[in-house]
Design a protein around this ligand. Structure first.
Ligand code: SF4
Ligand code: SF4
Length: 453
């Protein structure tokens, strides 16, 4: 299969990148917070059940939640401490879910990244496939690029769906966010070790690393690093800077020139996709036996005093992150977990970070007000821009119209379920119609109806 330089996909948009706030800030370790709330639902699939009780002492890295379901991922404590409670806690996406509240033991030292444990001599030879898959499962690794799909389910061999290529997502197309970029620059060997382990576990010999062409340093550093992988057919593929280039379906189309059928997953066409942060977590889990308890978070935007890329424990509250980053300035008005295109606005600053929290974006009052008043919704002018922008080749205006009129069957006929909720249609709409909002609502209503049935 031939790959194409500066490859891309049809549709998409190019919003202002906003990376300048944090892209040049090296990854910094935050001090251990006094308390963490580790949510029992941080992934796609079944939520975990708590394995600990109130007043139990826990150790950093101890498994504190698990599920027997096939699609799920275990949860671990990021700190030494004592379980204070197991309660309903704010969740960035789901509203409220159960979480384990842990009071950190006094004088706990923060966990440090482990990138210095990896170098160009790394070889996956000593780890058999079963051991790699088991380590990924035990570590509770999920897709850290946003979706949170359990990594073991994606990677482990499946005779019914043999894999041909591993595609590594280093695009970070979401505006403002820079955590993947900094990891690529600072944790190169660790990421490469994770890629090699994932390739071995998936039984593929072909690997393609997709990086947007607005990150030339990352392209250069990985192009050099892969010279050490003489046993693999591995290439760095610069892809066009365009949103949502990092969507896995879009990345496959750009790099591998294949389309994942609607409502199907990449393994059905022989492809497995992992994000660079997930690769780093795989290396840490397999080689060092450490579960996924910390991640790099981009803290960014005009409204935060000290933007940067911070290595934080999962379960740390947004308020604690704000405190560590010098606080909000007076103009702060909106906090988004994630970036401005696919992130979720949060109202409760006690909301904890999860394994998929790649960023916190702090917007000013002026930015929010401008968006609200300059972009008053008007009637659809049938310009068709939303159709051109949709990377999934859908008709967003028809789907949104059907949802608005409570005709969910019609919305389904227009393939509403194929929407990846990228927000590109809303972004380009000159009538400022919240097309993505309608579609998300429609999908939620369908899911509720199915659940009731
Ligand atoms: S319909 Fe869905 S996939 Fe298409 S542009 Fe809108 S949000 Fe993105
Ligand atoms: S972009 Fe907006 S105005 Fe244009 S067709 Fe789509 S919904 Fe209508």
């Amino acid at each position: 299969m031939e790959t194409r330089a500066k490859a891309t996909f049809p549709g998409g948009v190019h919003p202002p990148e906003g990376k300048q706030y944090s892209q040049d800030r090296p990854i910094e370790v935050v001090p251990t917070p006094k308390q963490v709330t580790v949510l029992l639902s941080q992934h796609l699939g079944a939520p975990c059940k708590a394995l600990v009780n109130k007043k139990d002492a826990v150790k950093a890295g101890q498994k504190i939640g698990s599920s027997d379901a096939f699609v799920s991922a275990a949860i671990h404590s990021p700190v030494d401490g004592t379980v204070k409670d197991i309660v309903l806690a704010p969740h960035p996406v789901l509203g409220r879910t159960m979480g384990v509240v842990i009071d950190t033991a006094p004088q706990s030292e923060p966990k440090k990244p482990c990138a210095d444990k990896f170098d160009l001599k790394f070889s996956p030879e000593q780890w058999p496939t079963e051991k790699i898959c088991q380590a990924i499962k035990e570590a509770g690794i999920v897709g850290m690029g946003g979706a949170g799909f359990p990594a073991r389910v994606k990677i482990e061999p499946n005779p019914a769906m043999p894999k041909e290529v591993l595609i590594v997502n280093g695009c970070e197309c979401e505006p403002f966010l820079t955590c993947d970029y900094r990891m690529m620059l600072e944790w190169t060997w660790q990421i490469l070790a994770g890629i090699r382990l994932a390739a071995k576990a998936s039984d593929v010999e072909k690997v393609r690393i997709g990086i947007e062409d607005n990150k030339p340093e990352a392209i250069e550093i990985f192009s050099q690093a892969i010279q050490s992988c003489t046993d693999l057919d591995i290439q760095v593929v610069p892809v066009k800077t365009k949103y949502p280039q990092g969507g896995e379906r879009q990345l496959i189309q750009a790099i591998w020139n294949k389309t994942v059928p609607t409502n199907n997953i990449p393994p059905t066409i022989g492809v497995v996709v992992i994000n660079v942060a997930t690769a780093a977590a795989i290396a840490e889990a397999v080689v060092l036996g450490q579960p996924l308890t910390h991640r790099v978070v981009s803290v960014t935007g005009r409204a935060i005093a000290k933007p940067g890329n911070y290595y934080c424990p999962v379960g740390m509250s947004v308020q604690e992150v704000i405190n560590h980053c010098g606080g909000l300035n007076e103009s702060a008005a909106k906090v988004v977990m994630g970036g401005p295109m696919m992130g979720f606005a949060i109202a409760d600053l006690s909301t904890p970070l999860t394994k998929t929290s790649g960023g916190l974006t702090f917007l000013t009052r002026a930015e929010v007000t401008e968006a609200k008043f300059k972009h008053q919704q008007t009637a659809c002018i049938r310009c068709g821009r939303c159709l051109s922008a949709c990377p999934e080749n859908l008709n967003p205006t028809r789907i949104a119209h059907a949802v608005k009129h409570n005709n969910l069957d019609l919305a389904q006929q227009y393939f509403m379920s194929g929407c990846i909720e990228c927000g590109a249609c809303s972004y380009v709409c000159p009538a400022h119609i919240e097309l993505t909002g309608y579609i998300k609502t429609g999908k939620l209503l369908v899911a509720r109806t199915k659940k009731k049935a």
